[in-house]
Design a protein around this ligand. Structure first.
Ligand SMILES: *Cc1c(COP(=O)(O)O)cnc(C)c1O
Length: 366
Protein backbone atom coordinates (compact mmCIF):
# COMPACT_ATOMS: atom_id res chain seq x y z
CA UNK A 1 0.00 0.00 0.00
CA UNK A 2 1.50 3.39 -0.94
CA UNK A 3 0.24 6.29 1.10
CA UNK A 4 1.06 9.84 -0.01
CA UNK A 5 1.62 12.64 2.47
CA UNK A 6 -1.30 14.54 0.93
CA UNK A 7 -3.49 13.45 -1.98
CA UNK A 8 -4.49 16.52 -3.95
CA UNK A 9 -5.58 14.49 -6.95
CA UNK A 10 -8.06 12.47 -4.86
CA UNK A 11 -9.46 15.77 -3.65
CA UNK A 12 -9.78 17.10 -7.21
CA UNK A 13 -11.62 13.96 -8.31
CA UNK A 14 -14.07 14.31 -5.42
CA UNK A 15 -15.16 17.76 -6.66
CA UNK A 16 -14.18 17.59 -10.34
CA UNK A 17 -17.38 19.09 -11.80
CA UNK A 18 -17.07 22.16 -9.53
CA UNK A 19 -13.42 22.76 -10.37
CA UNK A 20 -13.81 22.16 -14.10
CA UNK A 21 -16.76 24.56 -14.26
CA UNK A 22 -14.87 27.21 -12.26
CA UNK A 23 -11.91 27.05 -14.62
CA UNK A 24 -14.04 27.02 -17.75
CA UNK A 25 -16.10 30.03 -16.63
CA UNK A 26 -12.99 32.03 -15.79
CA UNK A 27 -11.47 31.30 -19.17
CA UNK A 28 -14.74 32.08 -20.94
CA UNK A 29 -14.84 35.48 -19.18
CA UNK A 30 -11.08 36.02 -19.67
CA UNK A 31 -11.04 37.26 -16.07
CA UNK A 32 -7.45 36.40 -15.40
CA UNK A 33 -6.48 39.28 -13.12
CA UNK A 34 -8.89 40.99 -10.74
CA UNK A 35 -12.56 41.48 -11.48
CA UNK A 36 -15.68 39.90 -10.08
CA UNK A 37 -14.21 36.42 -9.59
CA UNK A 38 -11.59 37.80 -7.16
CA UNK A 39 -13.90 40.17 -5.25
CA UNK A 40 -16.42 37.35 -4.99
CA UNK A 41 -13.84 35.13 -3.30
CA UNK A 42 -12.73 37.98 -1.02
CA UNK A 43 -16.31 38.56 0.13
CA UNK A 44 -16.97 34.88 0.74
CA UNK A 45 -13.71 34.30 2.59
CA UNK A 46 -14.13 37.39 4.80
CA UNK A 47 -17.62 36.18 5.75
CA UNK A 48 -16.31 32.67 6.40
CA UNK A 49 -13.55 33.93 8.73
CA UNK A 50 -15.82 36.50 10.35
CA UNK A 51 -13.79 39.57 9.38
CA UNK A 52 -14.90 42.75 7.61
CA UNK A 53 -12.25 42.89 4.90
CA UNK A 54 -10.33 40.37 2.85
CA UNK A 55 -7.56 41.38 0.47
CA UNK A 56 -6.42 38.60 -1.83
CA UNK A 57 -2.75 38.49 -2.81
CA UNK A 58 -0.14 36.38 -4.53
CA UNK A 59 0.84 34.12 -1.63
CA UNK A 60 0.96 33.85 2.15
CA UNK A 61 4.48 35.25 2.41
CA UNK A 62 3.66 38.44 0.51
CA UNK A 63 0.64 38.95 2.75
CA UNK A 64 2.81 38.95 5.90
CA UNK A 65 5.22 41.41 4.30
CA UNK A 66 2.42 43.64 3.01
CA UNK A 67 0.90 43.74 6.49
CA UNK A 68 4.20 44.63 8.16
CA UNK A 69 4.62 47.46 5.63
CA UNK A 70 1.04 48.62 6.08
CA UNK A 71 1.65 48.95 9.83
CA UNK A 72 4.77 50.99 9.13
CA UNK A 73 7.14 48.39 10.54
CA UNK A 74 10.62 48.96 9.14
CA UNK A 75 14.24 49.73 9.91
CA UNK A 76 15.22 48.77 13.45
CA UNK A 77 11.74 47.75 14.55
CA UNK A 78 11.58 44.52 16.53
CA UNK A 79 8.93 41.91 15.87
CA UNK A 80 8.37 39.02 18.26
CA UNK A 81 7.89 35.69 16.55
CA UNK A 82 8.06 32.02 17.59
CA UNK A 83 11.32 30.12 16.99
CA UNK A 84 9.35 27.30 15.38
CA UNK A 85 7.56 28.13 12.12
CA UNK A 86 7.93 28.08 8.37
CA UNK A 87 10.69 30.50 7.35
CA UNK A 88 8.24 33.11 5.98
CA UNK A 89 7.43 34.34 9.48
CA UNK A 90 11.04 35.47 10.05
CA UNK A 91 12.11 36.39 6.52
CA UNK A 92 9.26 38.85 5.99
CA UNK A 93 10.33 40.77 9.12
CA UNK A 94 13.88 40.96 7.75
CA UNK A 95 12.64 41.94 4.30
CA UNK A 96 10.90 45.06 5.62
CA UNK A 97 14.09 46.02 7.50
CA UNK A 98 12.88 44.81 10.88
CA UNK A 99 14.54 42.59 13.47
CA UNK A 100 12.99 39.19 14.22
CA UNK A 101 13.06 38.46 17.96
CA UNK A 102 12.60 34.77 18.54
CA UNK A 103 10.59 33.33 21.42
CA UNK A 104 10.87 29.66 22.39
CA UNK A 105 7.90 27.38 21.86
CA UNK A 106 5.89 25.04 24.07
CA UNK A 107 7.08 21.42 23.81
CA UNK A 108 3.57 20.00 23.46
CA UNK A 109 1.57 22.77 21.80
CA UNK A 110 4.38 23.84 19.41
CA UNK A 111 3.09 27.42 19.52
CA UNK A 112 5.00 30.27 21.13
CA UNK A 113 5.55 30.05 24.89
CA UNK A 114 3.49 32.99 26.12
CA UNK A 115 5.42 33.17 29.40
CA UNK A 116 8.59 34.09 27.46
CA UNK A 117 7.13 36.99 25.48
CA UNK A 118 7.37 39.85 27.97
CA UNK A 119 11.08 39.23 28.62
CA UNK A 120 11.71 39.98 24.94
CA UNK A 121 9.86 43.29 24.80
CA UNK A 122 12.03 46.42 24.43
CA UNK A 123 11.20 50.04 23.53
CA UNK A 124 11.76 49.03 19.87
CA UNK A 125 9.21 46.21 19.88
CA UNK A 126 6.40 47.00 17.48
CA UNK A 127 4.52 43.77 16.86
CA UNK A 128 3.95 40.12 17.68
CA UNK A 129 3.29 37.52 15.00
CA UNK A 130 1.75 34.46 16.65
CA UNK A 131 1.71 31.40 14.40
CA UNK A 132 -1.13 28.90 14.81
CA UNK A 133 1.24 26.09 13.96
CA UNK A 134 0.04 22.77 12.50
CA UNK A 135 -3.57 23.95 12.90
CA UNK A 136 -3.59 24.64 16.66
CA UNK A 137 -4.31 28.21 17.80
CA UNK A 138 -1.60 29.96 19.82
CA UNK A 139 -2.71 30.96 23.34
CA UNK A 140 -4.40 34.16 22.20
CA UNK A 141 -5.85 35.47 25.50
CA UNK A 142 -2.41 35.96 27.02
CA UNK A 143 -0.93 37.23 23.73
CA UNK A 144 -3.62 39.90 23.34
CA UNK A 145 -3.28 40.87 27.01
CA UNK A 146 0.48 41.43 26.57
CA UNK A 147 0.00 43.22 23.25
CA UNK A 148 -2.59 45.58 24.72
CA UNK A 149 -0.45 46.29 27.77
CA UNK A 150 2.58 47.18 25.62
CA UNK A 151 0.71 48.71 22.72
CA UNK A 152 1.88 46.17 20.15
CA UNK A 153 0.36 45.24 16.80
CA UNK A 154 -0.68 41.58 16.51
CA UNK A 155 -0.54 39.95 13.08
CA UNK A 156 -1.77 36.36 13.18
CA UNK A 157 -0.02 33.96 10.81
CA UNK A 158 -2.98 31.80 9.82
CA UNK A 159 -1.26 29.88 7.02
CA UNK A 160 -1.92 26.54 8.73
CA UNK A 161 -5.13 27.13 10.66
CA UNK A 162 -8.13 27.73 8.37
CA UNK A 163 -11.17 27.23 10.61
CA UNK A 164 -9.27 26.72 13.88
CA UNK A 165 -10.93 28.16 16.96
CA UNK A 166 -9.73 29.47 20.31
CA UNK A 167 -12.43 29.69 22.99
CA UNK A 168 -15.13 29.47 20.35
CA UNK A 169 -13.71 32.25 18.16
CA UNK A 170 -12.04 31.73 14.79
CA UNK A 171 -8.33 32.32 14.37
CA UNK A 172 -7.74 35.37 12.18
CA UNK A 173 -10.13 37.50 14.27
CA UNK A 174 -8.02 38.08 17.41
CA UNK A 175 -5.24 40.36 16.28
CA UNK A 176 -5.19 43.61 14.30
CA UNK A 177 -5.01 41.56 11.11
CA UNK A 178 -4.21 38.07 9.86
CA UNK A 179 -2.40 36.48 6.96
CA UNK A 180 -3.62 33.31 5.23
CA UNK A 181 -1.83 31.10 2.70
CA UNK A 182 -3.60 29.06 0.04
CA UNK A 183 -0.51 27.12 -1.02
CA UNK A 184 -1.84 23.89 -2.62
CA UNK A 185 -1.19 21.66 0.41
CA UNK A 186 -2.76 24.03 2.95
CA UNK A 187 -6.21 23.23 4.39
CA UNK A 188 -7.71 25.50 1.73
CA UNK A 189 -5.34 25.28 -1.20
CA UNK A 190 -5.27 26.82 -4.66
CA UNK A 191 -3.78 25.18 -7.75
CA UNK A 192 -0.71 27.37 -7.45
CA UNK A 193 0.36 30.18 -5.14
CA UNK A 194 -2.26 32.30 -3.38
CA UNK A 195 -2.86 34.08 -0.09
CA UNK A 196 -4.93 36.77 1.59
CA UNK A 197 -5.13 39.27 4.41
CA UNK A 198 -8.15 39.66 6.67
CA UNK A 199 -8.81 42.56 9.03
CA UNK A 200 -11.59 44.67 10.50
CA UNK A 201 -9.51 47.83 10.09
CA UNK A 202 -10.70 49.80 7.07
CA UNK A 203 -7.54 51.89 6.77
CA UNK A 204 -5.21 48.91 6.95
CA UNK A 205 -7.37 47.08 4.44
CA UNK A 206 -7.08 50.01 2.06
CA UNK A 207 -3.33 50.35 2.53
CA UNK A 208 -2.78 46.61 2.00
CA UNK A 209 -4.86 46.71 -1.17
CA UNK A 210 -2.79 49.59 -2.47
CA UNK A 211 0.55 47.96 -1.62
CA UNK A 212 -0.49 44.70 -3.30
CA UNK A 213 -1.51 46.48 -6.49
CA UNK A 214 1.23 48.98 -7.40
CA UNK A 215 0.16 51.54 -4.80
CA UNK A 216 -3.10 52.25 -6.58
CA UNK A 217 -6.77 51.83 -5.76
CA UNK A 218 -7.85 53.34 -9.08
CA UNK A 219 -6.00 52.67 -12.31
CA UNK A 220 -3.06 55.07 -12.87
CA UNK A 221 -3.49 56.71 -9.46
CA UNK A 222 -0.31 55.54 -7.75
CA UNK A 223 -0.41 57.00 -4.23
CA UNK A 224 2.50 55.00 -2.79
CA UNK A 225 5.25 52.76 -4.16
CA UNK A 226 3.62 49.36 -4.08
CA UNK A 227 4.26 46.03 -5.75
CA UNK A 228 2.51 43.38 -7.77
CA UNK A 229 1.03 40.70 -5.54
CA UNK A 230 -2.41 39.81 -6.87
CA UNK A 231 -4.54 36.72 -6.76
CA UNK A 232 -5.25 35.59 -10.30
CA UNK A 233 -8.76 34.83 -11.49
CA UNK A 234 -8.26 31.11 -12.00
CA UNK A 235 -7.00 30.67 -8.44
CA UNK A 236 -9.87 32.78 -7.09
CA UNK A 237 -12.41 30.66 -8.97
CA UNK A 238 -10.84 27.43 -7.72
CA UNK A 239 -10.69 28.71 -4.13
CA UNK A 240 -14.34 29.80 -4.26
CA UNK A 241 -15.33 26.35 -5.51
CA UNK A 242 -13.30 24.66 -2.76
CA UNK A 243 -14.43 26.96 0.08
CA UNK A 244 -17.85 25.26 0.03
CA UNK A 245 -16.19 22.01 1.09
CA UNK A 246 -13.72 23.38 3.61
CA UNK A 247 -15.85 22.78 6.72
CA UNK A 248 -16.52 19.20 5.67
CA UNK A 249 -12.81 18.60 4.96
CA UNK A 250 -11.87 20.12 8.31
CA UNK A 251 -14.25 17.76 10.12
CA UNK A 252 -12.63 14.86 8.27
CA UNK A 253 -9.13 16.00 9.32
CA UNK A 254 -10.26 16.26 12.95
CA UNK A 255 -11.83 12.79 12.81
CA UNK A 256 -8.68 11.35 11.22
CA UNK A 257 -6.49 12.89 13.93
CA UNK A 258 -8.75 11.42 16.61
CA UNK A 259 -8.42 8.03 14.97
CA UNK A 260 -4.62 8.28 14.82
CA UNK A 261 -4.61 9.36 18.50
CA UNK A 262 -6.64 6.25 19.33
CA UNK A 263 -4.25 4.00 17.40
CA UNK A 264 -1.25 5.46 19.26
CA UNK A 265 -2.88 5.42 22.68
CA UNK A 266 -0.68 4.07 25.50
CA UNK A 267 2.33 3.78 23.18
CA UNK A 268 5.72 5.52 23.12
CA UNK A 269 4.46 7.82 20.38
CA UNK A 270 3.73 11.34 21.65
CA UNK A 271 0.54 12.51 19.95
CA UNK A 272 -0.72 16.09 19.49
CA UNK A 273 -2.24 17.83 22.50
CA UNK A 274 -5.58 19.54 21.98
CA UNK A 275 -6.38 21.98 24.80
CA UNK A 276 -10.01 21.91 25.93
CA UNK A 277 -10.60 25.46 24.69
CA UNK A 278 -9.16 24.98 21.19
CA UNK A 279 -10.30 23.53 17.90
CA UNK A 280 -7.20 22.05 16.23
CA UNK A 281 -7.75 21.71 12.46
CA UNK A 282 -4.80 19.42 11.81
CA UNK A 283 -3.13 20.97 8.82
CA UNK A 284 -0.41 18.56 9.94
CA UNK A 285 -0.54 15.55 12.22
CA UNK A 286 2.77 15.74 14.07
CA UNK A 287 4.01 13.16 16.54
CA UNK A 288 7.25 12.84 18.50
CA UNK A 289 9.39 9.71 18.47
CA UNK A 290 12.93 9.29 19.82
CA UNK A 291 14.25 7.43 16.77
CA UNK A 292 12.81 9.58 14.01
CA UNK A 293 15.16 8.71 11.16
CA UNK A 294 14.67 5.00 11.80
CA UNK A 295 10.89 5.39 11.82
CA UNK A 296 10.99 7.46 8.63
CA UNK A 297 13.13 4.80 6.95
CA UNK A 298 10.74 1.97 7.86
CA UNK A 299 7.74 3.97 6.67
CA UNK A 300 9.47 4.91 3.44
CA UNK A 301 10.20 1.26 2.70
CA UNK A 302 6.53 0.48 3.32
CA UNK A 303 5.51 3.17 0.78
CA UNK A 304 4.39 5.75 3.33
CA UNK A 305 5.43 9.38 2.79
CA UNK A 306 6.33 11.42 5.86
CA UNK A 307 7.85 14.85 6.44
CA UNK A 308 9.47 16.99 9.13
CA UNK A 309 8.03 20.37 10.06
CA UNK A 310 10.54 21.78 10.69
CA UNK A 311 14.01 20.29 11.06
CA UNK A 312 15.75 23.58 11.90
CA UNK A 313 14.40 26.21 14.32
CA UNK A 314 14.50 29.62 12.64
CA UNK A 315 17.10 31.10 15.07
CA UNK A 316 19.47 28.29 14.04
CA UNK A 317 19.18 29.13 10.33
CA UNK A 318 22.22 30.89 8.82
CA UNK A 319 19.79 33.43 7.32
CA UNK A 320 18.95 34.86 10.74
CA UNK A 321 22.24 34.44 12.59
CA UNK A 322 22.94 38.15 12.65
CA UNK A 323 19.68 38.89 14.45
CA UNK A 324 20.33 36.72 17.49
CA UNK A 325 22.64 39.06 19.47
CA UNK A 326 22.11 37.20 22.71
CA UNK A 327 18.35 37.28 22.40
CA UNK A 328 18.17 34.20 24.61
CA UNK A 329 17.61 30.53 24.20
CA UNK A 330 15.14 28.38 22.37
CA UNK A 331 16.15 25.20 24.19
CA UNK A 332 12.67 23.72 24.23
CA UNK A 333 12.37 23.93 20.43
CA UNK A 334 15.95 22.57 20.11
CA UNK A 335 15.04 19.76 22.49
CA UNK A 336 12.13 18.37 20.47
CA UNK A 337 13.12 19.27 16.92
CA UNK A 338 14.83 15.92 16.21
CA UNK A 339 11.78 13.96 17.39
CA UNK A 340 9.15 15.62 15.20
CA UNK A 341 7.51 13.54 12.52
CA UNK A 342 4.56 14.53 10.33
CA UNK A 343 2.42 11.58 9.25
CA UNK A 344 0.11 11.50 6.22
CA UNK A 345 -2.88 13.76 6.90
CA UNK A 346 -5.62 14.76 4.50
CA UNK A 347 -9.43 14.58 4.55
CA UNK A 348 -9.65 11.60 2.19
CA UNK A 349 -7.33 9.40 4.28
CA UNK A 350 -9.06 6.10 5.15
CA UNK A 351 -9.05 4.22 8.45
CA UNK A 352 -7.36 1.33 6.70
CA UNK A 353 -4.55 3.63 5.58
CA UNK A 354 -4.16 5.06 9.08
CA UNK A 355 -4.06 1.57 10.58
CA UNK A 356 -1.25 0.70 8.19
CA UNK A 357 0.69 3.89 9.02
CA UNK A 358 0.24 3.38 12.77
CA UNK A 359 1.26 -0.29 12.65
CA UNK A 360 4.48 0.62 10.84
CA UNK A 361 5.24 3.44 13.29
CA UNK A 362 4.53 1.24 16.31
CA UNK A 363 6.69 -1.59 14.91
CA UNK A 364 9.84 0.51 15.32
CA UNK A 365 9.24 3.68 17.36
CA UNK A 366 10.92 4.11 20.70
C1 LIG B 1 2.84 28.22 4.21
C2 LIG B 1 3.20 29.18 5.26
C3 LIG B 1 3.48 30.53 4.99
C4 LIG B 1 3.69 31.06 3.61
O1 LIG B 1 2.71 30.83 2.70
P1 LIG B 1 3.04 30.79 1.12
O2 LIG B 1 1.70 30.92 0.52
O3 LIG B 1 3.69 29.48 0.85
O4 LIG B 1 3.92 31.94 0.83
C5 LIG B 1 3.69 31.40 6.04
N1 LIG B 1 3.65 30.97 7.31
C6 LIG B 1 3.41 29.68 7.62
C7 LIG B 1 3.35 29.28 9.05
C8 LIG B 1 3.20 28.74 6.61
O5 LIG B 1 2.96 27.46 6.94
Amino acid sequence: MTIPFVDLYAQYLSIKPDIDAAIETTIKNSSYIGGRVVTDFEEKFAAWVGAKYCIAAGNGTDTLEILLKAYGIGAGDEVIIPSHSWVSTAETVVNVGGIPVFVDTDARLYTLDVDQIEKKITPRTKAIIPVHLFGLPAEMDRIMEIANKHNLIVIEDCAQCHGAEYKGKRTGTFGNAASFSFYPGKNLGAYGDAGCIVTNDENIAKTCRMIANHGQLKKHDHQIAGRNSRLDGLQAAILTAKLKYLDKWTEARIANAAYYNELFKDSVVITPVIPEHSRHVFHLYVVQVNNRSQVQEVLKEAGIETAVHYPVPMPAMPAFREYLNGSGSYDVNEGYKDKLLSLPMFPELTQEQMQFVASKVLSIAN
